[in-house]
Design a binder for this molecule. Structure first.
Ligand SMILES: NC(=O)c1ccc[n+]([C@@H]2O[C@H](COP(=O)([O-])OP(=O)(O)OC[C@H]3O[C@@H](n4cnc5c(N)ncnc54)[C@H](OP(=O)(O)O)[C@@H]3O)[C@@H](O)[C@H]2O)c1
Length: 185
């Protein structure tokens, strides 16, 4: 079965584990230049992106990448009419393996960029997950990075799915902004 050579997740979350506020909007409080640079560089190391219909990358090189957008508006797999490099995928209609095959990227790497349902769907599959923490930011009633948060923390969810903490990188010391790297095995 064809699968990506590597599956990499990227998220920035509030202290209470939210990726967006109660309205489903990613607020300015979650946007940091150092994290944006880290994210852009990480996505430049993968060949394709996958996300839900309400998420996006908006990085300088995003248009270069192939893309899978999740939606229930189609039965299984379809060309994305809005993106010549994109396909639409409904996991309720067909498997991820079929969607990946449709993208035609043998040996390619995949970047998972959210939101909640998509980050959760790939928990059994991540090779690596980069989790950035926005210090001092809480988003009560917001959208969690994974289902199960709360009561669990994002770190507890990653550990429960077989990922272990391998490093912590300071992205901006003045902002106390750090990203943790979680790897399988
Ligand atoms: N902080 C971060 O790192 C980060 C990362 C990503 C996103 N965000 C933010 O989070 C917000 C959006 O997140 P979200 O969780 O609400 O939305 P999302 O996952 O981007 O999009 C939700 C939509 O994706 C489709 N979808 C998701 N899971 C699916 C499944 N299992 N099967 C079929 N279709 C599926 C559905 O589309 P249809 O309605 O077409 O069926 C659903 O309405 C935005 O503000 C975004 O900027 C933040």
């Amino acid at each position: 079965m064809t699968l990506p050579k590597e599956i990499v997740g990227f998220a920035i979350v509030s202290e209470d584990g939210m990726l967006a506020d109660a309205q489903g909007v990613m607020p300015p409080a979650l946007k940091f230049e150092a994290d944006q640079k880290f994210f852009a560089a990480g996505m430049d190391r993968v060949d394709a992106a996958i996300h839900g219909r309400h998420s996006h990358e908006m990085q300088p090189h995003s248009p270069r990448r192939k893309r899978i957008t999740l939606t229930r508006q189609i039965a299984s797999i379809a060309r994305d009419p809005a993106n010549p490099k994109g396909i639409l995928w409904n996991p309720g209609g067909t498997s991820f393996e079929q969607a990946w095959r449709a993208l035609d990227l043998p040996d390619g790497k995949l970047g998972v960029v959210g939101g909640t349902d998509v980050f959760t769907l790939f928990l059994p599959r991540y090779d690596v997950f980069y989790l950035t923490r926005a210090p001092g930011v809480t988003l009560p009633g917001g959208r969690p990075v994974f289902s199960g948060v709360p009561p669990q923390t994002p770190e507890q969810v990653l550990a429960a799915h077989g990922l272990g903490l391998v490093s912590t990188q300071v992205l901006n010391p003045a902002q106390n902004l750090t990203v943790t790297e979680w790897r399988r095995g």
